[in-house]
Write a protein that binds this ligand. Structure first.
Ligand code: NAD
Ligand code: MG
Length: 391
């Protein structure tokens, strides 16, 4: 792929989206922004569009369409709205790389739309692979699309695989910071509130992934993401707690050799790598210093306390629509926790109970995934209501 590359950012107003724009702004000779989308932050979307002059902008929330259109159409920027607008924009031949930076299940359809165009996807939205990984990877093959991971652990594995195409992976080891509650036990977690859970020690991210990191669900989602992305068996994927977040992940090859990718915790690095692949380009990001990190440490995750990770490991082995159901229940549970409707530990209960209710489908179609997602959200909401009545 030649430079300059035309970039579409789906979810441009979020944590990944805004950092992607910083990377792009630092290299105006290499990149041109052609599509920007947001759900409801119309003001920021308009400011981004005025600065980067894309060809097309989509606002998800349809009530905000007129506001966005009135500001941007006079500047020669096309404006679409709604979920259909997102899919339509992803299907247009306006870009070379689709940055999938929408959060949650909502990212699946626009990403599939881009895959069907045979595009390169810089994938941050892990839920796409969690929900329908087998299906998505088959579509990537069928349409000769390509996925380059942005999630830092998967970017690390992807980078370690360069030049190793013919060598078998024995296993991969995903590192996890452990989040703000590392070492805590249920008697502490039962009382934690969202403000505490939102204080991640190493990363500044959107609210959903920050809560997922504090409950270790994020690492569970990442195990499932890795299974599909790198075509691994569930028992080839391990997790180790590494509180400094300097080693971003490791591969162990058949000869026992371990290869790792290291760096400061900064999402701009994997974002830049995905946008420039296979090239590396100079930047002025802060550099790693051994003086700042005299020791790197490792420990086994406590999956008895952080039950979400144990649930995700089961779901990873089970396959079928189980991960889709777990993901939907988790999205509802996180949303309820963020509204102080349920407690931290209740999130695992909601997910477990939902998994028991929704029928298992071993080989789901795309329609099955959508129906499983819908049903799981309904059940999860019932359990959330029950917990609220109890409290
Ligand atoms: P965020 O909440 O900061 O941003 C989400 C973006 O998606 C916003 O632009 C928002 O307008 C848009 N959006 C939200 N709901 C939508 C919907 N229903 N339809 C269409 N658009 C919608 O989230 P984030 O932290 O940037 O994370 C984005 C994705 O990247 C997530 O899947 C997350 O797991 C993944 N990720 C994030 C980080 C990080 O450092 N933030 C790291 C690794 C992976
Ligand atoms: Mg990650």
């Amino acid at each position: 792929m030649q430079f300059p590359r035309r970039i579409a950012i789906f979810g441009s107003t979020g944590s990944i989206g805004t950092q992607a724009l910083e990377v792009i702004a630092a290299h105006p000779d290499l990149f041109e922004v052609t599509v920007l989308t947001a759900w409801k932050n119309a003001d920021l979307l308009i400011r981004q569009a005025v600065q980067f002059q894309p060809r097309l902008v989509v606002i998800g929330e349809e009530q905000l369409y007129n506001q966005v259109k009135n500001e941007l159409q006079q500047r020669g920027i096309r404006v679409l709205a709604g979920i259909s607008g997102l899919e339509e924009a992803a299907a247009e031949d306006l870009y070379d790389i689709h940055i999938a930076a929408i959060v949650g299940f909502a990212g699946l359809k626009p990403t599939l739309s881009a895959i069907k165009q045979g595009k390169t996807i810089a994938l941050a939205n892990k839920e796409t692979l969690v929900v329908a990984g087998e299906w998505v990877m088959q579509a990537v093959k069928n349409y000769q699309a390509r996925i380059i991971p942005v999630d830092s652990e998967h970017s690390a594995i992807f980078q370690c695989l360069e030049g190793e195409q013919h060598n078998r992976i024995e296993k991969i080891i995903l590192t996890a910071s452990g989040g703000p509650f590392l070492g805590k036990k249920p008697n502490f977690l039962v009382n934690v509130k969202k403000d505490h859970a939102l204080q991640h020690p190493n990363w500044r991210m959107g609210e959903k992934i920050t809560i997922d990191s504090s409950s270790l669900m994020n690492k569970g989602l990442e195990m499932i993401e890795a299974r599909w992305l790198f075509d691994l068996q569930p028992d080839q994927i391990e997790v180790v707690i590494h509180p400094q977040s300097v080693i971003h992940s490791l591969i162990q090859f058949e000869d026992g050799s371990l290869k790792a990718q290291l760096g400061l915790p900064d999402m701009k690095l994997p974002i830049q790598y995905a946008l420039c692949y296979p090239h590396r380009i100079a930047n002025n990001f802060p550099r790693f210093s051994f003086r700042q990190y005299p020791a790197l440490s490792f420990e086994t995750p406590d999956i008895k306390t952080f039950r979400n990770l144990a649930i995700a490991m089961d779901v990873l082995r089970k396959g079928g629509n189980a991960a889709c159901v777990m993901n939907a229940a988790n999205e509802e549970a996180v949303c309820a926790f963020l509204k102080n409707q349920i407690g931290f530990l209740d999130m695992s209960d909601v997910i477990e109970q939902t998994l028991e209710k929704v029928s298992f489908i071993p080989h789901p179609s795309l329609a099955d995934y959508e129906e499983s997602d819908r049903l799981a959200r309904q059940y999860a909401q019932l359990f959330i209501d029950k917990i609220q009545r109890r409290n």
